[in-house]
Structures are given as C-alpha cells and as structure tokens.
Design a protein around this ligand. Sequence first.
Ligand SMILES: [Zn+2]
Length: 265
Amino acid sequence: MPSIHAIKAFTDNYIWCIADHGSKRALAVDPGQAEPLLAWLEAQELVLDTVLITHHHPDHTGGVGKLRQALPDLKVYGPAQSPFRDVDQPCAERDEVRWGAFRFEVLAVPGHTLDHIAYYCEETPEGEPLVFCGDTLFVCGCGRLFEGSPATMRQSLAKLAALPDTTRVYCTHEYTLANLAFARHILPQDTALAAFASHAEQRRADGLATVPTDIATERRLNPFLRWADPQVIAAAQNHPEPDDALKAGEADAVFAAIRLAKDRF
Ligand SMILES: [Zn+2]
C-alpha cells in the first residue's frame, strides 16, 4: 500500500511524498529543494514521476528545475494562472489529477497567493480522505495574506473546512507551536487549545511532526476557522479601532482582525 512521508527542506518546510514501493514510483508535493528529495528517493529506491505544485513561492517550487534535469519524464502539475511557469500539466478548480489509485480533485484556494490551489483526494488506499493544501490552512493557523483579501482567504478556508471531518490535512510548514502561542494568547480560556498545545509540544520534543492534522480538529481549535465562535468574535473585537462590520461580528471583519493580530504578534 502506498505510504506518505515528510521530507524536511529548508528550516521548517515539509515536502510530502507518496511512495508506492510496489511500482517503485513516487509523487512529491511542493519540492522547494531538490537535494533532500533526491537523496530520499535514492535511499528508498523510488523514481519520482509526478510533482504537485500548490503555489508559486520559491520555497515550494525551487527544486523543480533540478528535478527535471535528473528526471526527464517528470510531470509537473500546478496552477494554470501562475507566475511560476515551469508547469506542464496546468490545473484549475475541479480538474482531476490521477496518480496510481489516487484521484485528486483540484480546489482553487486563493488568499495566501492568488494562484493557490489544493489537491483533495476523497478515497485513498488507507481509507481517510486527504488534502495537500500548501500554505492555506496550517495546524491552528493559516497562511499570510500576501496577495488575496481577507474575504478571499476566508472563502478558501471555508472550502477546506467543508471537507469531511476525517480529512487529513497535509500543510507545508511546521508552524504549529508558533500558531498555538498566538491562539492561546487571544483565547486564554480555551482549555481544548491548551490540551492540544501540550500534545504538540510533546511531539516536537520527541522530534516528530505535528502535521498532518485533520479537518475536525481544525474546525474545533483553529482561530482562523472560528469566525462564528463568540470567543473568537470577542477576541477580534478587542481591536483598538473596531469598525461597524467588526462591531457587528461580520465574518470577514472578524477573520481580518484575527489575521492582523497574528501578523503583529
Ligand atoms: Zn507560500
């Protein structure tokens, strides 16, 4: 059965890799660096034949050129409308990507960048659905708004939050402890967050990843998905100059205020 592995890159990136030892093939998501991935593939005796790109940032795409040199038959899927041009399988909302037994649906999730897409697989060989969501949804956090508006990002996060509860969420960075520090700062009474933070700290102390998370956990804990939660609305309204939309608890205004507070944290 295929298995999913985290290859570490830079300081806190994960290059997610699906390994199919039966066919000796592998798929990688967002290879920002080629070297750690090529070393891992060689050790595992696997041939990389497919890359999925979520968005154009160099820490997600920087390894593609070198991988193509090493693997001339490589297929690179990525957003059709993107500043990153080295894609030969352009993808847009609802397109399908097939790899072995995996059938991924492409979801447009702009906000962190405008070209951002995610790859959702409803039926995996292991049973639970999964999503490769790049820098959109993190464990108890979300990506910074480099290109999209708060409303655009909130819609994209709502799309991910609507996936089945058991969906495993493979994000690209190990930002969990920093995200939890912020979440606990704005929601000091949230005992579920405190319990989850102890669990995450223990995993990091043991040298383990805190990713993947799952959609049910994120809907319950992640302040960037809880724009309708009275606790989070109150935290957002604790803003020096709340406007009428924020005073009224409007979702986009709540989300924007929480994102701004995180940027300044
Ligand atoms: Zn990014």
